[in-house]
Design a binder for this molecule. Structure first.
Ligand SMILES: [Zn+2]
Ligand SMILES: [Zn+2]
Length: 68
């Protein structure tokens, strides 16, 4: 369950996905908020809001953006 790139941490609060309820976090992330923490390593990401949405960059795993 710890393969690279797999989400094991909550992108909103940075806690492990096991053990606590992140339904509220997922709801926030699903609406407007960019993730604050890398889902793979829980590092705090650098978030930038752009005209198109947002980008969130992990120093280890690179950038995510809101365009999917
Ligand atoms: Zn959470
Ligand atoms: Zn990362």
């Amino acid at each position: 369950m710890t393969a690279t790139g797999q989400a094991v941490y909550c992108g909103y609060c940075g806690q492990g996905l096991d053990g606590s309820d992140h339904a509220a976090c997922a709801r926030r992330l699903g609406v407007v908020d960019p993730p604050r923490f890398c889902a793979a390593c829980a590092r705090r990401m650098v978030v930038q809001v752009t005209p198109a949405g947002w980008t969130a960059t992990c120093s280890r795993h690179g950038a995510l953006d809101s365009a999917r």
